[in-house]
Structures are given as C-alpha cells and as structure tokens.
Design a protein around this ligand. Structure first.
Ligand code: SAH
Length: 247
C-alpha cells in the first residue's frame, strides 16, 4: 500500500494569477492532484504538471458542488493513495475559506497537512484601489467581517453595528446580496455621509471600484459578486489624499 501522501492547503490569491506566493506555485507545479475552488484563477490550473488530477470542488453562493464533508473525504482519499495533493483556495485559505477545517480533519486522521497562506481579497483590493486599512491618522483599528454565516444566514446586524462603532475601517466579505442593508446600517450608525466603497472582482480585468457616502451607495449599489464593502477610514484616506479620490 502507498504511504500516506501529503496535503497542502494553498492560498491561490485573489484573482490575478501573479498574486500566488512562490511557495504556493512551486507546490502547485509539483502536485499529483489539485482540488480547487470556484474563485481560483483559471490560469493557475495551467501550472499543474501534466497528468495531475484536477478536481473542482467549487462552492457558489447558496450552491455547493461538494459539501465540506465530501471535500474533506476527497482530500483524505487522494492522500491515502500516496499522492501529493494541493488544495487551492481563492485568496487565503484561513480567511473565511474553511482551510482550517480541512487541515484539522486530515491531521486527526494522521495525514500530514500544511497551510500555505495566500493574499486575501481585501488586501489585494486595498492595494489596487488605494484603500489603506492600516493608515496613520485614518485607520488604526480595522475589522474584517463576513456578511454571511454557515448555511447562508446573515451575520446579525448587531455584530456589524458593533464592528462599525469599534473600528476605524470595516471591510465586509460575502455581502454582495446584503450590500444595501449593510450600507444603510452604516448610514444609520455613522451618519449618511460616512465614506463607503464597493470593490468588485478585485485584481482581475473586471475589477470595479464604486465610491460614495454610505447613504447614497445604500440606495444605488447592486454589486456583482465577488465583492467587498468598505466603510470608514480607509475610504476617507483616499478621498482626502488622492486628486482623483472622488472619481
Ligand atoms: N478566502 C477568500 C475569501 C473567501 S469568502 C479570501 O481570502 O479573500 C468569498 C468572498 O471573498 C466573496 O464573497 C467576496 O466577498 C470575497 N472575494 C473573493 N475574491 C474577491 C475578489 N477578487 N474581489 C472582491 N471580493 C472577493
């Protein structure tokens, strides 16, 4: 019987195929099997070695090609065949990616597993559109939240409101379908002029930034996923500092 293989839980980065780490790319090129998500940049799959098994395990909002349990068992099965497996996640595996659950499952069954970080979507979006989350005088405390919990239930409004009050900047992932509600809550909590932004498809050719006061964006914004909502100091820095900040 083959010895146990190994599973690397690898962050593929946010969309631009160049935003994977050197280590992640090296492992991807040497893997016998690659299990990938919906948000993994397609170009990266072309980096897998010839003959590598490519398995799609994508999850669309509200629709799962495979349940988490099935993904865990798939990774276990491939490793038990003695294969080196790369499990590719969009962005960073431990940023609302459930990479930690996959690793814990494998480790508890004696299968070696290692996490290789990736650039999270919000880090890439901040770089691309100059929305600095840690910025002198503007954003000393920032919060990264998910808008959606397991099973598609929304993160409760009280949690979001508390985060808005406690942070200079807030970024919300998995919130495209509740964008109007979250921006409306920001307008109520911080005032209708609170600076806000939506970033869609960061670091891809479709990337789009929409800026505006929370009160206005709440009425007009209909983001296409994948999208991020920014509220507060990171956006204010841009408005105050860049000549084109308001465009
Ligand atoms: N692990 C990922 C997040 C997975 S949750 C990471 O590190 O970013 C999926 C959510 O990520 C989406 O609903 C969206 O809010 C965000 N997201 C992922 N890729 C994105 C992109 N290119 N642009 C904007 N948001 C993105």
């Amino acid at each position: 019987m083959a010895g146990p293989g190994r599973v690397y839980i690898v962050g593929a980065g946010p969309g631009d195929p160049e935003l994977i780490t050197v280590k992640g790319l090296r492992l991807l090129r040497s893997a016998d099997a690659v299990v990938y998500d919906r948000l993994v940049p397609g170009e990266l799959l072309g980096e897998a070695k010839r003959g590598a098994r490519l398995v799609y395990a994508g999850k669309a909002p509200g629709r799962h090609a495979m349940s988490q349990d099935e993904i865990n068992r798939l990774l276990e099965g491939l490793a038990r065949e003695g294969l080196v497996v790369v499990r590719l996640h969009g962005g960073d595996p431990l940023t609302f990616g459930r990479g930690e659950e996959e690793c814990a499952y494998l480790l508890s069954r004696g299968i070696p597993c290692e996490v290789v970080p990736g650039i999270p979507s919000y880090v890439a979006a901040s770089a691309e559109h100059l929305l600095p989350l840690g910025s002198r005088g503007y954003s000393r405390v920032y919060t990264v939240a998910t808008g959606t919990l397991a099973g598609g239930t929304p993160l409760p409004r009280e949690r979001l409101e508390a985060a808005m009050r406690a942070s200079d900047s807030l970024v919300v992932l998995m919130a495209a379908s509740r964008a109007a509600e979250i921006l409306g809550l920001a307008a109520e909590t911080l005032g209708p002029q609170a600076p806000a932004a939506i970033v869609e498809s960061a670091s891809t050719p479709k990337s789009k930034l929409t800026l505006g006061p929370a009160g206005e964006l709440a009425a007009t914004a209909k983001p296409r996923p994948p999208a991020l909502i920014y509220i507060g100091g990171a956006v204010r820095w841009r408005l105050d500092t860049l000549p084109t900040g308001r465009s």
